[in-house]
Design a protein around this ligand. Sequence first.
Ligand code: ADP
Length: 263
Amino acid sequence: MTRTATRTTPDGDFLHVWGSKTFGSGLRVLDDVDLSVPRGSVTVLIGPSGSGKTTLLRAVALLAPLDTGCVLLDGRLHGYREAGDGHRVLPERELVRARLGVGMVFQNFNLFPHRTALQNVMLAPVKTLRRPRAEVEEEARALLRRVGLGDRTDNYPAQLSGGQQQRVAIARALAMRPKVMLFDEPTSALDPEMVHEVLGAMKELAESGMTMLIASHEMGFAREVADRVVFMDGGRIVEQGEPEQFFTGTVGPRVREFLDKIL
Ligand code: ADP
């Protein structure tokens, strides 16, 4: 089927990404993937290291656009313009704007070290969106309260635990009012006792109706919160289904082998 920008996403599909990506050495890191994420749903990506999860998230976030294929977000081309039969990536200047619709939370928080929690959350809405400072501050304080950090607004990242820093990172992404939130192994750099507080903030976000795409091996979280689990291997989507399916053994041997290692 020829896919064009005028095509609407299937019923309820809010985010749809398809295509391939090859890195310089000829390594096909995304091999004809096709992933749909319905509005307000939570999809958890699992798979061995190097299977392409980060690359897929970065493609959706337009940090490393696909070579072929493209991304539809809310029924519109996201970061691409249509050129003849194929799609072309927007020029960098326009990509910067397109990226704003997607919030991304990374493994290593990536907070600005010389800014407080509140300043980290306020920075992009004030500088990039040019929203009024007072309004942004009120919203930023509310977001920090929402992730359980109402009393930490004036702390610098170094004064916060890893779990607290990651919750600031979540508040910071939300401050841009994204249409979708992406998480790349958000708890894998955390000490075990801090994992649950970050997963708790993510669960609350899921319950609020945010559309979420999460690379994570937290299968307990997937079982409790995810609507879909997607297994990637070698740059391909090998299997996808409801979380229960991944726990009840009705999965193929590659998935079984992977789950046996992590569970
Ligand atoms: P995962 O998140 O599942 O661990 P990644 O998407 O990070 O997988 O990586 C998939 C493959 O792409 C790996 O083999 C990795 O080494 C390779 N890769 C990732 N980024 C680059 C890059 N910028 N240049 C070359 N190869 C890369």
